[in-house]
Design a protein. Structure first.
Length: 123
């Protein structure tokens, strides 16, 4: 189990969203003696632009640093999303590429892809 602070700051103006999410976690309980100490920092700066016709282009990184292992993980993500409607149901389709600029030791590397479908239920 781990605990720690989390903060987010962002600015939205004229279709642009710019900001960052940051958190840090320290281990407070170990489930086994062979479990390594938790001491991780996560930083996610982001920028996106939403067009009037519901396309969104985004660039971010989901970087983390393991202070115990002294190991970085830096993936860079580019995504394109489209918001559409089927009947009255709003749905967002998202496609993206991920490049591991600095992969963690024994972690994923190279290039990856993602696809997501999100059903929205606004009130």
């Amino acid at each position: 189990m781990a605990l720690g602070p989390t903060g987010v700051a962002l600015l939205q103006k004229n279709g642009w969203t710019v900001g960052a999410l940051v958190n840090h976690q320290w281990g407070v309980a170990r489930t086994r003696d062979d479990t390594p100490d938790v001491n991780n920092t996560f930083v996610q700066p982001f920028i996106s632009f939403a067009t009037p016709d519901a396309w969104t282009y985004s660039l971010n990184t989901e970087s983390s640093y393991n202070w115990t292992a002294k190991d970085f993980s830096i993936p860079i993500n580019f995504t394109i999303a489209k918001l559409t409607t089927f009947g009255e149901q709003k749905v967002q389709f998202q496609w993206g590429l991920r490049y591991w600029a600095d992969p963690a030791e024994n972690g994923p590397d190279g290039i990856g892809a993602r696809f997501a479908v999100t059903f929205l239920f606004p009130e």
